[in-house]
Design a protein around this ligand. Structure first.
Ligand code: MG
Ligand code: MG
Length: 273
């Protein structure tokens, strides 16, 4: 089992293309969410819309039923960092909303997340989103064959902390493929040159989770929702990335999400890089 699991980390080009299909479908689902986000909407409404869209594409929302998770999306508002359960909570003007989505199609999984700013979001929260997205981009650049996981981790941590933000330690990125969570784990903190070697053909879900205040988090009594210890907002962006020689290749895409954001007058786009 162990050997099989380790060798399973390297994907063929055909497998990477299948992951890309699923990752791009996640982007389309998040773009649909971007078109409908507005104050007054509840998060369960968004989840149902996403699930219907995903199933219409002959695909499956992988979060639903994963360790008993009850929904297709994780929707995490303000102080909620990740794993927020869609429900009756209504979005309001000024909210920071992270939506995480995992989709399986043709046996392969895409897993990507984006954080939105609803209406009049404070300048400090806009800066949080902007910097977290920058952390993701810097981390992606480090996902090159011959580097180590610690190079990715360091890219996130150094940029977030230089901007005065807290880096969540309890949750990590991961390999992705036939399973949602594969080896290696990708922490958002760490030292350059440390950790597992990155090899051509690995596919990684890189996902900085960055807090405006302290790095500490706690889990609510629903056993899922992770919130910041100081209840200040958090942001979360996630891409799926194939490790290549001399470069990294992003398989997911925010392009359609950003286009939908720009067309939605209820969303603030000042955080765009
Ligand atoms: Mg995710
Ligand atoms: Mg993930």
């Amino acid at each position: 089992m162990m050997l099989q699991r380790v060798s399973g980390v390297i994907k063929t080009d055909e497998e990477i293309e299948l992951i890309r299909i699923s990752s791009l479908l996640v982007g389309k689902t998040l773009a649909l969410m971007a078109a409908h986000l507005k104050p007054g909407i509840n998060t369960l409404f968004l989840d149902k819309m996403a699930e219907e869209f995903i199933r219409d594409q002959n695909a499956r929302p992988v979060f639903k039923g994963y360790n008993g998770f009850p929904a297709s999306l994780c929707i995490s508002v303000n102080e909620e960092v990740v794993h927020g359960i869609p429900g009756k909570r209504e979005l309001k003007d000024g909210d920071v909303v992270s939506i995480d989505c995992g989709i399986e199609k043709n046996g392969f999984i895409g897993d990507s997340a984006y954080t939105f700013a609803v209406g009049q979001v404070s300048d400090e929260n806009i800066r949080l989103l902007h910097v977290t997205h920058e952390c993701l981009n810097r981390a992606v650049e480090a996902a090159v064959a011959g580097n180590r996981v610690g190079d990715i981790s360091h890219a996130v941590q150094s940029h977030a902390e230089a901007n005065g933000f807290g880096v969540v330690r309890e949750l990590v990125g991961h390999g992705v493929g036939k399973s949602l969570h594969e080896k290696p784990e990708i922490p958002n903190y760490g030292k350059r040159g440390s950790g597992p070697l990155l090899k051509e053909g690995m596919v990684l879900a890189i996902e900085p989770m960055i807090n405006r205040g302290v790095r500490n988090v706690k889990t609510l009594s629903d056993h899922w929702t992770v919130v910041t210890a100081d209840l200040l907002p958090a942001a979360h962006y996630e891409h799926n990335v194939a490790v290549r020689k001399n470069k990294s290749e992003v398989l997911s895409s925010f392009r359609e999400i950003i286009e939908a954001e720009k067309l939605n007058n209820n969303l603030n786009t000042k955080h765009h890089i």
